[in-house]
Design a protein around this ligand. Structure first.
Ligand code: FAD
Length: 344
């Protein structure tokens, strides 16, 4: 909040021309990069090329040097590395302090974070400290041809319209980006870049939180964004029991179950399984839409799947317009037949 209390005079002294480069927050958990980082590197490369600047990442953790080469291979030109035992696991105060110092010293033009639990926490804290804006949950980023500012698009008013937002007078321009929306960067084996160590030292007062224990979510974790095969169900299932049938098919194929919002609203399955504009955006190799009509808000979240198979009783259902294969029929006949065929 210190930054917010700056006087108008102090704010006006920000020289926008000092800011350059696109930064991606290299979110890691237990020493592994989150998949969204590679998506942000893919998107960040396009932005950096259009502006004519470097693509950098900021990596925080403990003994995470092993990830540096991976970041270079996915397109980072520079890695700002903060390696310290206090940064082993994410903590708001520690990560904010380190990355804010790095931003102050190196002045990036754009900072991108995944709209993960961590990114959604860290992004606003950094934006406040930097006295800049943040566009949360972006689904599209582009550079304005004339003034080279970033245009950030995100769903607004409960997904009823798409808002395009610019950050005219403050720097860096910051966005969190929905996982699964941007294309993953192509890996270039052996690609090298520059490592810039960040000096990290914490005073007694800097870190006010301690991690006593990490408790993993019990039961089946839904990871729709990482799933290669998704078997998704809608109102056509007629009830919660339909998802048990879908689970059988998903298990056979090594996939996971998902749902339309209407099925979630009906209480048949938890919200964490929802695909679409107000749910998760997915990009699996194979997406089954079973008893789903294909409303625009659902399609927005799954249309980038590599292959879409739709099963629907109604040959005129809009889902068939985006499907690669369409099966006109009752899910309760088609899916058991598929399972039987797979068993054989
Ligand atoms: P329906 O539209 O009722 O379709 C059911 C389909 O099942 C029909 O096509 C029918 O022919 C077929 N069917 C029926 N019985 C059978 C059977 N036995 N076998 C085979 N087929 C059968 N929706 C989302 O999914 N995700 C979102 O994130 C989302 N966000 C939204 C945000 C906003 C602001 C708004 C206004 C809406 C949003 N919606 C979202 C809702 C969306 O508009 C649709 O209402 C919803 O996707 C419909 O779900 P459905 O296809 O399961 O149901």
């Amino acid at each position: 909040f210190d930054a917010i209390e700056k006087t108008e005079e102090e704010k006006e002294t920000v020289d926008l021309s000092e800011y350059r480069d696109v930064w991606v927050f290299a979110e890691q958990r237990e020493g592994a990069l989150m998949p969204v980082v590679k998506e942000l590197l893919g998107e960040g490369r396009k932005l950096a090329d259009e502006i004519g600047c470097s693509l950098c990442t900021v990596l925080c953790g403990n003994q995470v040097e092993g990830l540096v080469n991976e970041l270079f291979e996915y397109g980072a030109d520079k890695v700002y590395l903060a390696d310290h035992k206090e940064l082993k696991s994410y903590r708001t105060d520690a990560y904010t302090a380190v990355i804010h110092d790095a931003i102050k010293s190196h002045k990036p033009e754009i900072v991108l974070l995944g709209a993960t639990h961590i990114g959604r926490d860290l992004g606003p804290c950094l934006a406040v400290r930097c006295n800049t804006g943040l566009t949360a949950d972006c689904t599209k980023l582009e550079i304005d041809e004339v003034d080279k500012k970033i245009k950030q698009t995100r769903p607004a008013f409960g997904g009823n319209l798409m808002a395009t937002i610019v950050c005219p007078n403050h720097r860096p321009q910051m966005s969190t980006v929905r996982p699964g929306v941007m294309e993953t960067a192509k890996r270039q084996e052996g690609r090298k870049g520059q490592v810039i160590p960040l000096s990290v030292s914490f005073g007694k007062e800097d870190i006010r939180t301690r991690i006593l224990e990490v408790v993993k979510q019990a039961g089946e974790a839904v990871s729709l964004t990482d799933a290669e095969i998704i078997v998704s169900g809608g109102m056509g299932l007629g009830g919660a029991e339909g998802f048990e049938l879908l689970k059988k098919l998903a298990d056979k194929l090594g996939g996971v179950v998902a749902a339309s919002r209407a099925a979630v609203d009906a209480g048949w399955i938890d919200h964490s399984y929802q695909v679409g504009q107000t749910g998760t955006t997915v990009r699996p190799k194979l997406y089954f839409a079973c008893g789903i009509s294909g409303a625009i808000q659902h399609v927005a979240g799954m249309q980038n799947s590599e292959q879409i198979i739709a099963i629907n009783k109604n040959p005129g259902a809009p889902i068939f317009e985006v499907a690669d294969y369409g099966i006109v029929g009752d899910v309760y006949q088609v899916i058991p037949a598929l399972i039987e065929a797979l068993d054989k």
